[in-house]
Design a protein around this ligand. Sequence first.
Ligand code: ATR
Length: 280
Amino acid sequence: MSQFTDLYCVMGNPVAHSRSPAIHARFAELTGEHLVYERRLVPMDGFAQGVRDFAAMHGRGCNVTVPFKTEAPGLATECSARVQLAGAANTLTFRKDGSIYADNTDGLGLVADITRNAGVSLAGRDVLLIGAGGAAAGVLGPLLLAGARCITVANRTLSKAQALVHSHSALAALQKAELIAITPPAVAGHFDIIINATASSLAGAGVPVPATVLRPGSLAYDMMYGPAAQGFLDWARAHGATPRDGLGMLVEQAAEAFLLWRGVRPPSAQVLHEMQHAAA
Ligand code: ATR
């Protein structure tokens, strides 16, 4: 690697499955930016050391994935408003003065994929967000800012849904949006957009909400992609909804990180199209 090539990485455990290196390499190719983006596997108790080591190598930026997103803000000098709201970061920027800036582009990626790539407006819509863990926390603020009318947070553990609703209540009031916390079996009525932010499919469990939440034309979105999303997508299709997996969110959150780091917006729709075709 030349001393003029900027170094980036995705840090996680596990990280071997991550498609971020391929996405950023393609962004760099299409925008003419010179950078290297690698995977860095760090021990479960070694995230802080991993970040220090990467900074010592003059790394410029780092994406953070499972299970370190909630640990990341604590290592930053400055956190964006999005990180403060979500309590989690997925993008660290290492500045020349040694400081670290933490941001969270997951929610921006989800909103961009729903509105731009899927062509579904969030403004004035009723949204069901299933789950209240780190993945849900990362997207609730941007969903509110995108103009949703009402967001129902349904989680197996009610107290976690209530905590998430509570921490976002000021933003919801500002946006004149309604926020509701509920347990999945108690969800009634149907929704315009249903977003699965749980790890239930990984646990081998079924979709935790009744199919009555769907109506023909609803967008049923799983934030996962590949085999992990399949059960939810099949369930949505079988009940007449429009299924969509999280591949577009992955590409769009990467595009937001690339923009933050390089000051250039990559052609994310083109890269998503290429990845969808490669997967087909
Ligand atoms: P992540 O960062 O991926 O969100 P997490 O913070 O561990 O991971 O959160 C996992 C989410 O999936 C939680 O909302 C969890 O529900 P609980 O808060 O009740 O634990 C949800 N989840 C995991 N397995 C589930 C299952 N089998 N059925 C329903 N929800 C499940």
